[in-house]
Design a protein around this ligand. Structure first.
Ligand code: C2E
Ligand code: MG
Ligand code: MG
Length: 457
């Protein structure tokens, strides 16, 4: 009786211990086990130990598609695929952990090529996974870092190693697809720069450090300047001139984009409302709106306010969007855009053809124009492949009843080539660089004079 009691207790204890260190969904060891093993490795391993954080990409999209049950099934499918790959690797084999949701961890022995194992795991997902009757193309963002064994690491160092792996993983996520990034000093410096930028960006609006430049767009057939793209600029006392490509993502991360985006919208509409009066012909403005901006704020309200305040007719406002959205929220983005189109605003798909904007996107959101990315323009008119690509994009736009704007035109030869291919509108340094409001108005006047002169002569 006494012996039976002990055995039962032992079994219960084992079960409790199993539950404490294992993930119920996948049967993998869990986050607590990761910490326990990492401490142990740090104390006993002779050399370096590699750790990795692996995040399943587009997980929210999977959940939107089939609910949390499909989310769970997809995690199980990925884990099964990775576990099979790990079993096929020679000893010492890596250990995989599931932290929570779509986040996995891994500890593996040092390797002359530390990207080899993560690379093999990532490649094992090239074939689609089957989960709950769905065929899913899943991929991972992997961040790795190393720690030195035999250091008697304390809790702080474990946390620091995880922070580094997390930083690398987030960088991998930004690269998109099956990114793998190893932590290094450069990454840390870039992170610190971003953090510093975030702190000063908060006061940029209040200190009037932001301003807008306008880059003209010309209709190829008529030679008329029908509009301009608004491009935000930031001049900071110490950082100097900061590119929007650098600070817009920081503003998005921080939610600051809501305030900055609203300011851009009002300012662009105000300036544009004056151009038509000034030049005697309608000139529109095209405002870049990152999709994250739509998720964080009520874009419809922002646009309505800017139009009311400036008196700009909706037909002169265009919004440029890209696909680099939290794709999971496509439905909400699409419904906001539909309401905007209903108001008479047009939507153009920026950077078309780069992978940030794809054909499937065209089916899901209302779009009036395609902006052909500048990477397709560089080789015109000599590069046959680029000529064919641009021709195909223009053909596609025509068939769908959409307009085309080509960006990054730097030479007359490129402009002539685009005219021959039937592109509607061009934008680029050849026509005019982005310029502040006053020079832009002067540009409009001089172009108008030139156009009238050309017509008379
Ligand atoms: P984008 O919307 O694709 O803008 C085109 C970029 O190409 C601009 O860079 C422009 O200055 C540059 N560009 C124009 N013509 C030429 C040319 O002939 N050759 C070359 N090589 N480049 C040319 P910029 O102003 O640095 O903007 C970079 C990106 O930042 C923009 O790409 C856009 O995604 C984002 N951005 C700019 N302003 C805003 C804004 O107000 N709001 C949001 N959300 N994003 C913005
Ligand atoms: Mg743009
Ligand atoms: Mg673009």
């Amino acid at each position: 009786m006494f012996l039976e009691d002990i055995t039962e207790r032992k079994l219960a204890l084992q079960k409790l211990e199993y539950l404490a260190f294992h993930d119920e969904l996948t049967g993998l060891p869990n986050r607590a086990a990761f910490y326990r093993d990492l401490h142990e490795q740090a104390a006993t391993a002779a050399g370096l130990v590699q750790i990795a954080l692996l995040k399943i990409n587009h997980f929210q999209e999977v959940i939107n598609r089939g609910g949390h049950s499909l989310g769970d099934a997809s995690v199980r499918a990925v884990v099964a695929r990775l576990a099979a790959k790990i079993l096929a690797t020679p000893e010492p084999r890596p250990t995989l952990y599931r932290f929570d949701g779509n986040l996995l961890g891994m500890i593996y022995a040092d390797d002359s090529d530390k990207l080899r194992i993560p690379g093999a795991l990532s490649a094992s997902l090239h074939e689609p996974c089957h989960a709950a009757g769905h065929e899913l193309y899943l991929s991972l963002s992997i961040g790795i870092t190393e720690l030195t064994g035999n250091t008697g690491m304390n809790g702080h160092e474990v946390e620091e190693a995880l922070r580094r792996a997390d930083l690398a993983m987030n960088q991998a996520k930004q690269l998109g697809g099956n990114g793998i990034v190893a932590f290094d000093r450069d990454l840390e410096l870039r992170h610190q720069y971003r953090q510093a930028m975030k702190r000063v960006l908060e006061s940029a609006l209040a200190r009037s450090e932001l301003y807008l430049c306008y880059q003209p767009q010309m209709q190829l057939e008529s030679g008329i300047i029908a509009g301009a793209e608004a491009l935000v600029r930031w001049r900071h006392g110490e950082l100097g001139q900061v590119s929007p490509a650098d600070f817009i993502p920081v503003a998005e991360d921080d939610g600051l984009i809501v305030e900055i985006g609203a300011w851009i919208m009002v300012q662009a509409c105000r300036d544009c409302a004056q151009w038509s009066r000034h030049s005697g012909q309608p000139v529109g403005v095209s405002v870049n709106v990152s999709a994250r901006q739509m998720l964080h704020s009520n874009l419809l309200l922002t646009v309505e306010r800017a139009l009311n305040e400036s008196g700009l007719p909706p037909s002169l406002l265009e919004l440029e969007i890209t696909e680099s959205v939290a794709i999971g929220a496509l439905e909400s983005v699409a419904s906001q855009l539909e309401a905007l189109v209903y108001m008479g605003i047009s939507i153009s798909l920026d950077d078309f053809g780069t992978g940030y904007s794809s054909l499937s996107y065209l089916n899901q959101v209302p779009v009036n124009k395609l902006k052909i990315d500048q990477s397709f323009i560089k080789g015109l008119p000599q590069d046959d492949v680029q000529v064919s690509s641009v021709k195909a994009i223009i053909g596609l736009a025509r068939n769908l009843g959409l307009g085309t704007v080509a960006e990054g035109i730097e030479t007359k030869a490129q402009s002539d080539c685009l005219a021959a291919l039937g592109c509607d509108t061009i934008q680029g340094y050849w026509l005019g660089e982005p310029m502040a409001d006053v020079p832009f108005k002067e540009f409009l006047s001089s172009r108008r004079v030139a156009l009238v002169r050309d017509k008379i002569s």
